[in-house]
Design a protein around this ligand. Structure first.
Ligand code: UD1
Length: 366
């Protein structure tokens, strides 16, 4: 039994780490499963990729497709061509894709088209309903050709059933991103910026922005950042800047002197900052899951979310992308009125183990 595990971009690395560990644990028990870790090269900077492999103890990828950056189609094309070549040399029995990045979609298509290879989608079934997001297209296309869905929520299960997926292909297992978080919580590390910016527990905010809708338009980014700075009312803001955002940031007509700008941070340092923050302001999806589990207030600058349980159960609130919503939310935060939240069902740190056990059963591996 040969399994390919696909990883392309930063959030993928966090999601695949526990899956590789769970497979290796089975190998040690003598279960005949082999895996190839395929890095597509979508993220290639040390800070966006290598640091995550090192900190999360992910095995060195067996292959790197070195797709690099490009337009949506260029990136999709390069990843498909690279992965197809690998599959033609030696096909696998199961291709595991995670999350919603371009690598997820590209590799699922290549696997299906080469030899109708079975595809398992970890984090399948979630939907934002927003077709302007490249991730939503990636989710829809991937799920249309996925054989086995490993899901994070009942909402995802319901979304899949609505599209006609039979129950025997849906496995509600929880969240591998949270497996990684639980495992790493005891190892979280103070980043250098803690001292250099004189940060104090619960007396600063963490900001992340990287969605094309927020950061590719100069006026939009300027309006959002301006409002965040004003509403923070002097509270320190730490902003680790994604490469996409960095490109735009230097052209803004805005006084950023009250913001502590930083390069993208390694996992252990970033999550230390989140854990000790007063609140997080973000347009990420994954971070809203981590803040939910760490019970840190989270404001999401998006009009929709594919992770509604972070709002209904967790600490997340959708503010939308209109800057006017920011001030009232900060008022509520500073008044101590933010919800405490709870941890969603099955987000217990054992998801990867459930996935691998399920695969062993599905493929009758002995
Ligand atoms: C991708 C994912 C997004 C995920 C995010 C996490 C898609 C469609 N989007 O967005 O869902 O939340 O990763 O970070 O897959 N760049 C670098 N160094 C790198 C990687 C990228 O400088 O290592 C620059 C490139 O110039 C590129 C830009 O960042 O143009 C964006 O990278 P890309 O992989 O296209 O998408 P992300 O915005 O990172």
């Amino acid at each position: 039994m040969l399994i390919d595990i696909i990883a392309g971009a930063r959030p993928n690395f966090i999601k695949i780490a526990p899956i590789t560990h769970a497979i290796m644990a089975k190998q040690n028990e003598g279960v005949p499963i082999e895996f190839r870790l395929v890095h597509t090269g979508q993220h290639y900077d040390k800070k966006m990729s290598h640091d995550f492999f090192e900190q999360l103890n992910i095995p060195t990828p067996h292959y790197n497709l070195e797709a690099g950056s490009g337009t949506q189609a260029e990136q999709t094309g390069k990843i498909m061509v690279g992965y197809e070549k690998l599959l033609m040399e030696r096909p696998c029995d199961l291709c595991i894709v995670v999350g919603d990045v371009t690598s997820t979609m590209a590799c699922s298509i290549a696997a299906k088209k080469v030899n109708n290879i079975k595809v398992a989608h970890v984090e399948g079934g979630i939907r934002s309903g927003d077709w302007t997001m490249p991730e939503e297209i990636n989710r829809i296309v991937t799920d249309a050709i996925t054989d086995y869905f490993f899901t994070t929520s009942e909402t995802a299960n319901a979304n899949l059933r609505k599209t006609g997926v039979a129950d025997d292909r849906i496995f509600f297992v929880g969240n591998t991103m949270i497996d990684t978080l639980f495992k790493q919580l005891p190892r979280l590390t103070k980043p250098p910026i803690w001292d250099s910016a004189a940060l104090k527990d619960k007396e600063y905010l963490v900001l992340t922005l990287h969605r094309p809708a927020n950061v590719d338009d100069k006026d939009k980014l300027e309006a959002l950042l301006g409002q965040i700075i004003e509403s923070a009312n002097g509270m320190a803001i730490v902003f680790p800047v994604h490469p996409r955002t960095a490109k735009m940031l230097s052209s803004l007509n805005l006084d950023l002197s009250t913001i502590h700008l930083a390069e993208p941070m390694p996992y252990l340092e970033f999550n230390y900052l989140v854990q000790h923050a007063k609140a997080v302001v973000t347009d990420s999806g994954g971070i809203t899951e981590e803040t939910t589990v760490m019970r840190v207030p989270c404001m999401t600058l998006r009009d929709n979310t594919e992770r509604p349980e972070t709002c209904t159960v967790g600490t997340n609130e959708l503010l939308g992308t209109n800057p006017d919503a920011i001030a009232p939310a900060f008022k509520k935060l500073f008044a101590g009125e933010w919800k405490k939240g709870a941890i969603p069902e099955m987000w217990d740190g054992k998801t990867a183990e459930r996935i691998v056990n399920q695969i062993i059963q599905l493929f009758n591996i002995k």
